[in-house]
Design a protein around this ligand. Structure first.
Ligand SMILES: NC(=O)C1=CN([C@@H]2O[C@H](COP(=O)(O)OP(=O)(O)OC[C@H]3O[C@@H](n4cnc5c(N)ncnc54)[C@H](OP(=O)(O)O)[C@@H]3O)[C@@H](O)[C@H]2O)[C@H](O)CC1
Ligand SMILES: [K+]
Length: 495
């Protein structure tokens, strides 16, 4: 099994660069390797002898551009290079790389972009420190408006390397070559949408350095949690695989619980029960077969059921209603110290009451699965949690505050644990934006926790499997399909 993908922030990457240099790789050598990787990638996008316009900025990103330009010219491409700022302002390795470039250097606004077969964007990388405006904004506008394919160096200029945000305006690349490791902007939106296909070039900075300087942020892929997935043995029986309890809404709001319940069963929970209000028992009973059913009248009813310790995972939230009764049910489940997944109404019922959840989940594995709106409502009045520009930072602070794993949903779902670990999930599909999709995700996560998968790994695995299932179906996907697609995804994982 490959090791989990390390994602490094710009500052962590800077530290890794410095460590590599301290261990004897000169900065100019790192830049030459970076530039060569850009040239190799450019060759995949531009036929021999075609015209390549390199747009270089005032920093080391621009230096990478100079190296790539020199190599591509040496390989027979017709290369033109435009520089933002003046040559004599270049410093360090970029100045040295510029000296190797024997071609013309024209002001960026004179670069003939329209005639280029490929544009190389070496304007800004991880050193972008403020929004683009004036000449820089105009340059990016011209690049995007040229209609020519753009290859971005390290990251698309104008994208914030740490948050993936657009700083004023950003290059829309068809491909990005980054170095040593992906940065958050390559996975978080909208940066991911600007980067196109991302290649990670090895420039000789070893994983030991990357793990030492980074190590708490990951790309969400099976390498991160596959070892934690249950593999039932020949002798295992259903009682060993946990018992997931999903609370249902009232008679006209029962579908969400059944979607979650079916997903829990499909992901391998040995038993699954829907806890149904008395008035919805008939409705639920008519739809359930392998999934069992229990009457549950509010918090007291849940308390009574949870006297049976075999119910070791609980899903609360979907369609429960936004009111004190839902909060009371959360309190019962927390008190019972069971694996717990809270979603939708179980989160919104605490709108403005997040202080009641401060440290509330430290005693049992818990996963909160808000989308952005629920997150903003839940942590209203906590600017320290809501204000960070980085989605990773927001999720991490919420996890540290609550003691729960926080899965902050989106096309770039972030999963953060109270201990600081975080993962970005980037395999979702727009087709997952359909009613009930979130309910299914809750069931996947709870069903894994019922089988003793730790909360962080269960949330990461659930998000990834959910994304794979949705992507395997594509157009026309509805939530009822999702649980049925899980076996196919598991076959690929556990073969
Ligand atoms: N291991 C690696 O990842 C390697 C990366 N390399 C490349 O190095 C860059 C990072 O280089 P750095 O010089 O730190 O930053 P940039 O090149 O991105 O640009 C910083 C310069 O740009 C100016 N700046 C910043 N924002 C703006 C703006 N909005 N408008 C105008 N100018 C801006 C900034 O000047 P200040 O005004 O902020 O002082 C800097 O002059 C990395 O991305 C890689 O491409 C190495 O080459 C190889 C190893
Ligand atoms: K760039």
């Amino acid at each position: 099994m490959t090791a989990p993908e390390l994602v490094l922030t710009p500052s962590e990457m800077k530290q890794a660069d410095l460590e590599a240099m301290a261990r004897g790789i000169p900065g100019i050598e790192l830049m030459r390797r970076a530039g060569r990787a850009v040239a190799d990638s450019a060759e995949k996008l531009a036929s021999p002898g075609s015209r390549i316009a390199v747009v270089s900025g005032p920093g080391q990103n621009g230096g990478d551009g100079f190296v790539a330009a020199t190599i591509l010219a040496g390989r027979g491409y017709r290369v033109s290079l435009g520089l933002l700022g003046s040559l004599d302002r270049l410093t360090g390795d970029a100045a040295e790389a510029a000296r190797d470039w024997t071609g013309a250097v024209v002001p960026i606004e004179e670069l003939p972009l329209q005639e280029a077969d490929l544009i190389v964007d070496a304007l800004f990388g991880t050193g972008l420190s403020r929004d683009l405006d004036g000449a820089t904004r105009h340059a990016v506008d011209r690049m995007n408006g040229s209609g020519r394919p753009i290859l971005a160096v390290d990251l698309p200029s104008g994208i914030d390397g740490g948050t993936g945000a657009v700083r004023g305006i950003a290059v829309k690349a068809v491909r990005t070559v980054t170095f040593a490791a992906r940065k958050p902007c390559h996975l978080l939106m909208p940066g991911r949408a600007h980067a196109g296909l991302v290649e990670v070039a090895d420039i000789g900075i070893g994983r030991d350095i990357l793990a030492a300087k980074g190590g708490s942020l990951f790309g969400n892929d099976p390498a991160l949690w596959l070892a934690s997935l249950p593999r039932p043995g020949l002798s295992s029986h259903k009682y060993e695989r946990g018992h997931t309890l999903v609370a249902s809404g009232g008679a006209t709001r029962t579908g969400a619980a059944r979607l979650a319940a079916r997903a829990a069963l499909r992901i391998g929970s040995g038993l699954v029960t829907v806890a149904s209000p008395p008035e919805a028992l008939g409705v639920n009973a008519a739809h359930l077969t392998a999934i069992m059913l229990k009457g549950c009248d509010g918090p007291e009813g849940l308390h009574a059921i949870l006297q049976d310790a075999r119910f070791n995972a609980v899903v609360l939230g979907p369609a429960l209603g936004v009111h004190a009764g839902t909060r009371a049910m959360v309190a019962v489940a927390v008190q019972a110290r069971r694996n717990l997944v809270l979603d939708a109404d179980a989160l919104t019922s605490f709108e403005g009451l997040a202080s009641e959840l401060h440290g509330a989940f430290r005693h049992a594995p818990t996963v909160l699965t808000p989308h952005d709106g629920e997150f903003a409502r839940l942590f209203k009045g906590h600017p320290d949690i809501l204000d960070p520009e980085s989605k990773i930072e927001r999720a991490r602070r919420a996890a540290a505050y609550s003691g729960a794993v926080v899965l902050l949903k989106g096309a770039d779902t972030v999963i953060a644990a109270p201990d600081g670990r975080a993962a970005i999930n980037a395999n979702g599909t727009p087709y997952l934006a359909t009613a009930g999709s979130g309910d299914t995700l809750c069931g996947l996560i709870a069903g894994l926790m019922a089988q003793d998968v730790p909360a962080f790994e269960a949330a990461c695995a659930g998000a990834w499997i959910h994304g794979e299932a949705g992507a395997s179906f594509g157009p026309g996907l509805i939530s009822e399909d999702l649980a049925e697609l899980v076996p196919g995804v598991l076959r690929g994982l556990l073969r």
